[in-house]
Design a protein around this ligand. Structure first.
Ligand SMILES: NC(=O)c1ccc[n+]([C@@H]2O[C@H](COP(=O)([O-])OP(=O)(O)OC[C@H]3O[C@@H](n4cnc5c(N)ncnc54)[C@H](OP(=O)(O)O)[C@@H]3O)[C@@H](O)[C@H]2O)c1
Length: 268
């Protein structure tokens, strides 16, 4: 048996398995994948992962099965796994799809299927992920701890109730995109002023790392940290005034609500 297998080796599936190998939680020989895309198959082979021949083969041969396909593909994949579900024993299914509930998976694979639902994010790939976790009642504490410990080697984790799994998405699942958006906008702006693009990108990205670490390590409220940068009558306060005048906070709030609403629309 492989220790972990991923059905789907796209952005998130690979972020998790590459991240777990990078953090030494697993060896590449512990890992199996199945993907329908030949490029992904070739990539996985080049990384030393075993590529299995079907969804069912992966399901039958892995202790932990990660479902890392798009939410729209879940029904098709679960239908294929259904017929094999009586042949597997004590496996743990990890689902990472926005909007897919653990009960939806149990409806296909049986009510006694152990399911852990995670909202992950792509920085797992480099050991700086942030993952929210919930589980079905039949996953015992030892099993849950074992999975959480794997993800702790790749970043921060938080346990929440399954009911909050859609609401958490803007906090960690989608927010890397929001951060990239800010990095891109600020970089473009200073580039227009004649600063070299690579130098600008490096400084902006490092500033996001530094500022985020300040929030975590000082424990201070972000509003207080903003004040520390804003000298009265200085330059930074002029930017913050624009954010306030244009209600940037409301725009971000609207964006987060739209994201969560979409997850509810997709929910199964
Ligand atoms: N990306 C993120 O940052 C993020 C964050 C949180 C949660 N998630 C969740 O993670 C899941 C995967 O997202 P993703 O961004 O990794 O998607 P993705 O990059 O499109 O990867 C999915 C992979 O699965 C393949 N695939 C399609 N049908 C398959 C099947 N029947 N069996 C095996 N593989 C199959 C796809 O191949 P084709 O490309 O040929 O279709 C693709 O290679 C989604 O449910 C999403 O909600 C993603």
């Amino acid at each position: 048996m492989y220790k972990i297998g991923s059905i789907g080796a796209g952005n998130m599936g690979l972020a998790i398995i590459d991240g777990a190998v990078g953090s030494k939680a697993f060896l590449s020989s512990d890992i199996a994948v199945f993907d329908i895309c030949q490029d992904k198959i070739d990539l996985c082979k080049s990384k030393g992962y075993s590529v299995l021949s079907s969804e069912e083969a992966l399901f039958l041969n892995c202790e932990i099965v990660l479902l890392a396909v798009k939410p729209q593909i879940y029904e098709d994949v679960l239908n294929k796994l259904k017929s094999s579900s009586e042949k597997v024993n004590n496996q743990i299914i990890i689902t990472i799809a926005a909007g897919i509930s653990t009960s939806y998976i149990q409806n296909f694979l049986g009510e006694d299927t152990k399911v852990i639902r995670i909202m992950p994010n792509t920085p797992l790939l480099i050991g700086h992920g942030a993952c929210a976790f919930s589980k079905t009642d039949n996953v015992n504490d030892d099993e849950f701890d074992k999975i959480i410990r794997i993800f702790e080697t790749m970043g921060e984790v938080a346990v929440i109730s399954e009911e909050q799994m859609n609401d958490i998405i803007p906090a960690n699942g989608s927010s890397p995109a929001y951060v990239y958006y800010f990095i891109d906008c600020i970089t473009s702006s200073v580039e227009k002023m004649g600063i070299d693009k690579d130098a600008a990108k490096k400084l902006v990205a490092q500033t996001f790392i530094g500022a985020a670490e300040m929030v975590l390590k000082t424990g201070k409220d972000p509003k207080e940290l903003i004040q520390q940068v804003c000298t009265p009558g200085g330059a930074t306060i002029e930017s913050i005034k624009v954010f306030d005048e244009k209600n940037l906070c409301e725009i971000i709030d609207e964006a987060c609500i739209k994201c969560v609403n979409r997850a509810y629309e997709l929910s199964l």
